[in-house]
Ligand binder design. Sequence first.
Ligand SMILES: CC(C)(COP(=O)(O)OP(=O)(O)OC[C@H]1O[C@@H](n2cnc3c(N)ncnc32)[C@H](O)[C@@H]1OP(=O)(O)O)[C@@H](O)C(=O)NCCC(=O)NCCS
Length: 175
Amino acid sequence: MTASIEILSRSGYAEAIDGLADVLSDCVEGGASVNFVAPYPPDMARRFWDGIAPAVEAGDIIVAVARIDGRIVGTAQLQLITKPNQPHRAEIGKMLVHRAARRQGLARALLTRLEGEATARGRWLLVLDTEEGSAAHALYKSLGWSEVGAIPDFALTGDGKAYCAAMFFYKRLAV
Ligand SMILES: CC(C)(COP(=O)(O)OP(=O)(O)OC[C@H]1O[C@@H](n2cnc3c(N)ncnc32)[C@H](O)[C@@H]1OP(=O)(O)O)[C@@H](O)C(=O)NCCC(=O)NCCS
């Protein structure tokens, strides 16, 4: 088994969309609160990835993927803030690892890689939010992110049956 982390090129992104859709669908079907609600098959998830293609093409979103034996099993993205007064800031989004590939350090490796991409671009203040009490909450705490606070009832859970709180985090990188 060979695991790798890679930043998708603009052309590589188009080829990766089916794999990215499978991972997003699997996470939502597994209950993750990541903007969508189950049932959420891969053909629906594909629309999300198609929708951000222009921003990826423009270089405003940097997409990292984790592969095992060549197959995409995880992803995360660095979203560069384009507001003129926030040239130092970026956000982390769509941190997703397929249920079959969890607890192997892939999310940690994806995030570490994107923090490096942020530093290389002079983006030294990173922000994200995630479901309070989730696996991702534990992930960010374990990697030195600072909790800002939680907003109750921020979003629906992945099954759409209840509201959940979102915890906001930030991380100041050394540049
Ligand atoms: C959150 C998620 C990305 C973690 O992916 P992963 O590849 O399994 O995470 P890693 O193996 O890199 O874990 C790194 C550390 O995070 C923490 N962690 C990860 N999953 C955890 C869990 N289920 N429970 C507690 N801690 C967890 C641990 O500290 C872990 O280190 P350890 O395994 O040495 O103890 C994955 O569970 C997922 O895709 N969840 C659904 C989607 C989602 O909610 N994404 C977040 C959107 S903001």
